[in-house]
Design a protein around this ligand. Structure first.
Ligand SMILES: Cc1ncc(COP(=O)(O)O)c(C=O)c1O
Length: 480
């Protein structure tokens, strides 16, 4: 009897709570207001970026996307991708007449995203055979693909050679494998070396690649890189065309680039003077950072171009010729364009913290768990009851916290949460951990949303598994 009355009280309480707090009611009211002023999906996404996810335009946009595609959902705004591409093109194009830009596709390998950036005339920088096949599928010609990896398998080298792709070499040992393979295929390998300039760009440790202890590149120190070029000159199936470095990712100040560029240009002058090598290009890598926090200021592409210009001019004078400047950003082009939309499953207050449990986790976006990376979070359609919250993922690991100690309006189950700047190293690093299929991806153009990747299904998880159950089923079918 007592139990039953408690049950009724819970039902009544939930009903009242539902009326007061139900996001669907908030959404319905918001949609009406927003429809009146005819806002687009893009407007809604921008409201979230401006920290106004409570605005009806944001509520309408994210609710519509949730209804059509479900959660967790990666949303990319085409206009922001275009703005980012234009920002780099304009900043460097005006100061470096001999310039070729590449998109490092590892940041976001979705075909629609790569093809949007190809539309800006960008080449593609790839780091695996899979990425080669991906960009070739889009018709990117071999001579506009650069293949960088510190561990290339024989089939990847063979594929690159057959497709006429530039191989960015990471060791002398690898160069020798390339020489042998190119000889066997009767090809001439176009190569550059990835140089480790021993420069610290002061970024997150795991993505700091130009420091001496990093696994990447051939060290400038002790004449190691010089000897590598000298050796390459002796090989009959190799043609040296360039020089490359990539000192890290999410670099927010120009100093590291300034130091690396100085060393690279001095080295290029040495190659010309002592070995007679004239390079087609010098590639200063990617790594241009973005502000992940509301009040964060970072170097702009324009500032970086201004810093690099005098070093470049000086180097060109010493070299006696001008190679093409290559750059290969990934994150900068796509990170700000991406929004990860996730739904609140439940909210729990412990003696220590309040956890907002959402339906995305480090299987969906690994950056916070892997690098303690910061992503801004917005609660859709809510403004009040602001408090300290943790946005907790649905992966069964203590470390699966998407955002810790954030001051946000307290949501309720069913509300939507948006994680900003999720366009780079988001979906491309997602996994099926905990047997959760991969999320869907949509591209937004003004008020139009296009599904660019269907939501993963449980069949995807089972597809390549071979089990006893399958075997016995096969045997059963055979015997009938
Ligand atoms: C060789 C190389 N080039 C370019 C990039 C792109 O870096 P980012 O996305 O920071 O611009 C990476 C990423 O780590 C890389 O390894």
């Amino acid at each position: 009897m007592v139990k039953r009355s408690v049950f009724y009280r819970i039902v009544l309480f939930s009903f009242i709570l539902g009326i007061c707090c139900s996001p669907s009611i908030a959404v319905a009211q918001a949609s009406k207001t927003s429809d009146d002023v005819k806002t687009t999906l893009h407007d809604g996404l921008m409201k979230a970026r401006q920290n106004e996810a409570f605005d009806p335009a944001a509520v309408t946009a994210f609710t519509r996307l949730q209804k059509e595609y479900g959660t967790p959902l990666y949303i990319y705004d085409r206009e922001i991708i275009d703005e980012q591409a234009n920002a780099i093109k304009e900043a460097f194009g005006s100061l470096f007449p001999k310039l070729h830009l590449f998109y490092a596709v590892k940041a976001n390998t979705s075909l629609a995203v790569i093809s949007q950036l190809r539309g800006h005339g960008l080449g593609t920088e790839v780091i695996s055979g899979g990425e080669i096949i991906t960009v070739r599928k889009l018709g990117v010609p071999g001579n506009d693909i650069m293949f960088t990896s510190s561990s290339k398998s024989p089939w990847e080298i063979e594929l690159a050679l057959k497709e006429g792709i530039l191989l960015n070499v990471d060791s002398v040992d690898e160069l020798n494998h390339i020489e042998v393979m190119a000889g066997r295929l009767h090809k001439i390998a176009r190569i550059s070396f990835r140089i480790n300039p021993g420069v610290d760009p002061h970024t997150i440790h795991q993505i700091n690649t130009g420091i001496t202890e990093s696994k990447f590149g051939i060290h400038l120190a002790d004449g190691i890189a010089f000897s590598a070029y000298k050796w390459a000159l002796k090989l009959s199936h190799v043609k040296i065309v360039g020089l490359h470095c990539h000192i890290g990712s999410q670099i927010t100040e120009p100093e590291g680039y300034r130091l690396a560029a100085g060393k690279m240009l001095a080295f290029a002058a040495d190659l010309k003077e002592k070995l007679g090598i004239q390079l087609e290009f010098i590639d200063l890598g990617g790594g241009i950072g973005i502000p992940y926090q509301d009040d964060q200021t970072v170097m702009t592409p324009g500032e970086l171009a201004q810093v690099l210009r005098p070093i470049w001019q000086d180097g060109v004078k010493r070299m006696g010729y001008e190679p093409t400047l290559w750059l290969e950003p990934g994150r900068f082009f796509v990170a700000p364009a991406g929004f990860l939309l996730t739904r609140v499953n439940s909210v729990k207050t412990t003696p220590v913290k309040t956890f907002v449990n959402v339906d995305a986790g480090f299987n969906t976006l690994i950056r916070p768990a892997m690098y303690q990376a910061y992503h801004r979070v917005r609660i859709v359609g809510r403004k009040d009851r602001v408090m300290k919250l943790d946005i907790a993922g649905d992966v069964c690991e203590t470390g699966d916290i998407l955002a810790a100690d954030r001051i946000l309006p307290r949501p309720v189950a069913g509300d939507l949460v948006v994680i900003l700047d999720a366009g780079a190293y988001g979906f491309s690093m997602a996994s099926e951990y905990n047997a959760r299929p991969l999320p869907a991806e949509v591209m937004v153009s003004r008020n139009q949303a296009t599904l660019i990747r269907k939501r993963g299904q449980m069949e995807d998880i089972f597809r390549n598994q071979v089990t006893e159950i399958d075997k016995s089923r096969r045997d059963h079918i055979r015997s009938h």
